[in-house]
Design a protein around this ligand. Structure first.
Ligand SMILES: C[S@@+](CC[C@H](N)C(=O)[O-])C[C@H]1O[C@@H](n2cnc3c(N)ncnc32)[C@H](O)[C@@H]1O
Length: 269
């Protein structure tokens, strides 16, 4: 299956538009559409980082609307999927059905991760899509609380078996540097007779430890506005948090096709 073929991309967008009014999951599906340099290549890169599927137990603890959990499962990986947002899980289920995959994601917040999935139960825990930065803020745009970030990483690590690995991604170093609003105006799209437009602006507030993402989604001439605060987390602070949680061999993984910057670490044997 060519995940990047126009018909599959259109189909994916069209099915998410059925959700009215559009929620944060619809916005995320549309943003992802634009952010993919090449979705299939990104899965190739993640699969190559993971290694062979044989016997590897993976937890995608921020499975959201399904990337990369559904795509990895389609390639034969043993992926357990969970997320803290019921709304995002509705999008996951729709996408999984559309791909013909029978996957039941679990509704689990990060603070209950090891209690739900079991301590040291996975070879790899993944938290992809800049999700970590939304610890405690994704559902209701609550002001970021730094303790949620530390607690989330500790729970991720608790689920990794000794010798296993954690995969987490964050915003690029470049986008963290600017104090100016960073605007992105996406090209207009027409899908199944619907017109879609998207403008986004991200503003860093390092002094307050926050980053604000505002978006205006236009669907058939109606504008829907969204705002999400997230943690402002420079890469060196992320590395410190991963080390404090007990990981070793922490490194930035260069993944050319990935929109975000990926960091990985290993739980000591
Ligand atoms: C930006 S989306 C990324 C989704 C998906 N991994 C992707 O790459 O498309 C962030 C996801 O993190 C989840 N999330 C944020 N905070 C969470 C928490 N405390 N517990 C569990 N999930 C959380 C959200 O519900 C959302 O689905």
């Amino acid at each position: 299956m060519d995940l990047d073929s126009p018909s599959i991309l259109d189909e994916r967008l069209l099915s998410c538009l059925a959700k009215e009014p559009p929620d944060i999951g619809v916005l995320w599906e549309i943003c992802s559409h634009f952010e993919w340099l090449n979705r299939e290549k990104t899965i190739d890169d993640i699969a190559s980082w993971l290694g062979p599927a044989d016997g590897l137990k993976i937890l995608d603890c921020a499975c959201g609307s399904g990337f990369p959990a559904i795509d990895l499962a389609a390639r034969g990986y043993d992926v357990t999927s969970s997320d803290g947002s019921l709304l995002m899980l509705e999008h996951f289920r729709r996408n999984a059905r559309r791909e013909g995959m029978d996957i039941q994601p679990a509704h689990v917040r990060w603070d209950e991760l090891s209690a739900h999935h079991g301590e040291a139960a996975f070879d790899v825990v993944m938290c992809r899509g800049c999700s970590l930065l939304y610890a405690g803020t994704w559902d209701d745009n609550r002001p970021p609380d730094r303790t949620m970030l530390t607690a989330a990483i500790r729970e991720f690590v608790a689920c990794v078996r000794p010798g296993g690995r954690l995969y987490v991604d964050v915003s690029s170093a470049e986008s963290l540097e600017s104090l100016e609003p960073q605007w992105t105006r996406r090209p207009g799209l027409t899908v199944g007779g619907h017109s879609i437009g998207l403008r986004e602006v991200v503003t860093n507030h390092p002094d307050r430890g926050i980053r604000i993402w505002r978006s205006w989604l236009d669907i058939d001439g109606v504008t829907y506005e969204f705002e999400r605060r997230s943690h402002y987390l420079p890469h060196d602070e992320l590395v410190d948090l991963l080390a404090d949680a007990g990981l070793v061999d922490i490194r930035e993984e260069k993944m050319q096709s990935e929109h975000y910057e990926v960091f990985a670490g290993k739980r000591p044997d």
